[in-house]
Design a binder for this molecule. Structure first.
Ligand code: FAD
Length: 336
């Protein structure tokens, strides 16, 4: 449908749409399920985007057209068992070999990992005199020493595959190094793209919850009248509608600024942080309007609510985006 890597140029088999159009597509996917939107976000913003932004022309032509069609599935390996919010501490390392690199380490919580054909793995390349720099490597499925076991027993994002990536003396050829970026700005640049889509996406989940609650309130009779006729229920619906509308306006402005090229990472943080929080609160209020029915799988609300707990945490937790904003306001970093 052209939804994968939708903002990338047509030259690479992509749709070449505006950021706002892409955001609205993410909104509609997440109205269905955050797991579906996560798939599209990871494929487009975290696997295709680094190849587009940091890869060679050969790498772009080799991978992007097939990724746009979904023939090649990608994932993004940054988080490790011991390094989540602070990826700079990553242990996964690469050592230069005669015809490429040898990678060792482990990644965790990697969306699409088990079903991926191509993993974008971020690792510390050890250079001369203990010098280390974070670089991106394309690790192909089936490479000796590389496996991606699925992480099971999740209560959230159950429609999305989440995996470990295990790298034991994995040989990556020179041509699979992303040549045009080094340092944490590589993965952070990808996360800015993905967070933009998340800010739009979660609004879709909130809309689904709001509509479920509004419909239910008109048909559920208590004390001889629809519960939607009680002022307290109307207050809840009015509050949900207001927060969704404000989040939508934030997204429209985010899209305009991205299209003008003026959008700053902290503005994306503001929207990701706010919209995840209000979507989760809308889901909780909608669950309340549905009463006991709200906890069942007959309605989408509890599923969205559980999904949104993950979305609040991944791609920078609520707290981490608070610190991004705090630093932008004061000029003082408060991470450590
Ligand atoms: C379903 C799912 C899919 C994911 N997909 C991917 C993926 O595809 N690729 C990938 O690389 N990662 C992925 N992640 C990982 C995700 O990005 C991390 O979970 C996230 O960055 C948080 O890291 P953590 O879980 O280790 O929590 P931690 O960093 O251990 O944080 C735990 C708590 O401590 C708080 N905290 C940490 N530091 C501070 C501080 N300085 N000040 C205040 N509070 C702080 C956090 O806000 C949080 O509340 C995924 C996660 C989930 C749940």
């Amino acid at each position: 449908m052209g939804l994968l890597g939708a903002t990338l140029p047509e030259k690479y088999g992509c749709a070449g749409v505006t950021p706002t159009a892409y955001g609205l597509a993410m909104q509609e996917l997440e109205r269905g399920d955050s797991g579906l939107r996560s798939f599209a976000s990871v494929q487009g913003s975290l696997a295709m985007y680094p190849i587009y932004a940091y890869g060679s022309e050969e790498q772009r032509m080799k991978w992007l057209p097939r990724m746009a069609k979904g023939e090649v599935i990608g994932c993004f390996g940054l988080t490790e068992p011991d390094f989540g919010s602070d990826p700079s501490g990553m242990i996964t390392c690469a050592v230069k070999a005669s015809d490429g690199y040898v990678l060792n380490g482990a990644k965790m919580w990697i969306t699409n990992g088990t079903v991926s054909d191509l993993a974008v793995v971020w690792a510390k390349l050890k250079g001369e005199g203990n010098r280390e720099e974070i670089r991106g490597f394309l690790v192909q499925k089936g490479t000796k020493g590389f496996s991606a076991p699925e992480q099971k027993r999740k209560y959230s994002l159950r429609a999305s595959v989440t995996s470990e990536l295990i790298l034991q003396d994995v040989h990556v050829p020179e041509e699979n190094l992303l040549p045009n970026v080094s340092g944490l700005k590589g993965p952070l640049g990808c996360l800015s793209q993905a967070r933009f889509g998340i800010a739009f996406g979660v609004v879709g989940a909130a809309m689904a919850c709001f509509h479920a609650a509004a419909e239910y309130s008109k048909s559920r009779i208590q004390f001889d009248r629809p519960i939607g006729g009680f002022q307290l229920v109307q207050e809840s619906l009015a509050g949900m509608l207001t927060e969704i509308t404000k989040a939508q306006l934030l997204c429209v402005q985010l899209g305009r600024m991205k299209e003008r090229g003026t959008l700053k990472p902290e503005q994306i943080s503001l929207a990701k942080r706010n919209n995840c929080e209000i979507a989760l609160e809308v889901a909780r209020q909608a669950r309340d309007v549905l009463g006991a029915n709200g906890i069942t799988a007959e309605y989408p609300v509890m599923r969205h609510m559980c999904n949104l707990e993950s979305v609040k945490t991944y791609e920078g937790t609520h707290n981490i985006h608070t610190l991004v904003l705090g630093e932008a306001v004061t000029g003082i970093a408060a991470y450590r």
